[in-house]
Ligand binder design. Sequence first.
Ligand SMILES: [Zn+2]
Ligand SMILES: [Zn+2]
Length: 228
Amino acid sequence: MKAQEIYRDALWPGGLACVGCGCASHGQSLCDDCRHLLAECAPEGPLCPLCGHPLTEEPCPFCGGETLLLSRAAWRHRGLARELVLSLKNGRAACADPLGEGMAEAARELPLTDKTVVTWVTMPTERWRERAYDHAQLLAQAVGERLGLPCLQLISRTEGAGLRHQVGLNREERLRNLRGSFFCQKQLAVPVLLVDDVTTTGSTGRLCAEALTEAGAERVMLVTATQA
Ligand SMILES: [Zn+2]
Ligand SMILES: [Zn+2]
């Protein structure tokens, strides 16, 4: 733990300091100055119209210009945006507010309609117990509120599946780890905006999109806080 963090936690227990600079932020996760600095983490340059990753060459090196899952991320997974996501996952629920604001902004680039329902990549129950809340649900609620769209749990997870942490696995191993672990029990006939914290290989989003499409979703779109 850095000296600054020890000082901050001693002065403002319960995380009442700004995640960015450590100043007294009166219960907000970011002070006004740091909220402005978040923009520095936004994706730069031309973005792939499909997957939303920076388009460094044609076709898009990330999705090959072929993905069916239209995606947008509010920020790159770095700096203050990364800090906010980590703090949200570490129990600072108020971080969902500035994150949700940027994500709703990013989601406005997607073809949303007033019938669109917002949902999230549900966390495995075992991990939910460790944390007391599902951070992706908080993000989905924040996004839904800002877009004026309903937020409903549509994705369920098979117990015991996908529990191995995804970190350190290659793309194939991730898919094998996750396949079959997401399903949707509801009958859908509306577009769905799927919400998650971070997108890395995009495999989680694709598997959830498959489950939602199978359940009848008209179209599935994805918005995340950051893209790695
Ligand atoms: Zn600050
Ligand atoms: Zn792409």
